[in-house]
Design a protein around this ligand. Sequence first.
Ligand code: 5GP
Ligand code: ZN
Length: 116
Amino acid sequence: MSTPAPDCVFCKIVAGDIPAEVLGRSEHAIAFRDLHPQAPFHVLVAPLDHHENAAASAAADPASIGHLVALADEVARGSGNADYRLIANTGAGAGQTVFHTHVHVLGAAPGMTESL
Ligand code: 5GP
Ligand code: ZN
């Protein structure tokens, strides 16, 4: 387990130091509802260990990304959202605002079949 990063909001959620609506947790990751949902089902799945983005987590442990996908699928299906999108913003230029690895899980919604 890596050391939590000071002032990282997701490390604080992992530690239970700030509240979040947690939908699932595994040995490696935590799933909680986004504070500002962009879809009826909008959950974030983050590793317990702090790395700044998905590529950094993969470099430290390739399996960490598999653990994120597995928990994302579990909470999505468990909430009746078998169809969903996973998004990992990487870098401020791509809209990343929290620099602790996470994937957005967006349940299928009308209009979502349009390609990116
Ligand atoms: P990013 O833009 O970095 O990919 O996504 C960060 C997401 O984290 C945003 O969608 C934002 O709404 C969410 N977020 C930021 N702070 C908090 C928080 O304290 N709690 C929760 N649940 N979500 C947060
Ligand atoms: Zn962190």
